[in-house]
Design a protein around this ligand. Structure first.
Ligand code: FES
Length: 72
């Protein structure tokens, strides 16, 4: 593995630990795993992870989750 590849993997791990849903403390990696496992809508992600079910009504995490769904 070259240094660029190692750096990409390191950044991916750091990204996966970032909290996307602040209300419920759900990390990006958990949401990505739900998407990789077949979630295709924000409701699917809600059911699988509890993200976007907090008191803010997904105002903070909803746009990020929608972007992740779009980009997957
Ligand atoms: S940040 Fe996800 S529901 Fe509030």
């Amino acid at each position: 593995m070259d240094q660029d590849e190692e750096e990409r993997r390191r950044r991916a791990v750091i990204e996966s630990y970032k909290v996307v849903c602040i209300c419920n403390k759900i990390r990006r990696g958990v949401i990505q795993k739900a998407i990789d496992g077949g979630a295709t809508t924000i409701d699917d992600v809600r059911r699988r992870t509890r993200a976007a079910t907090g008191p803010c009504g997904s105002k903070r995490c909803g746009p990020v989750i929608r972007r992740m769904l779009r980009d997957s």
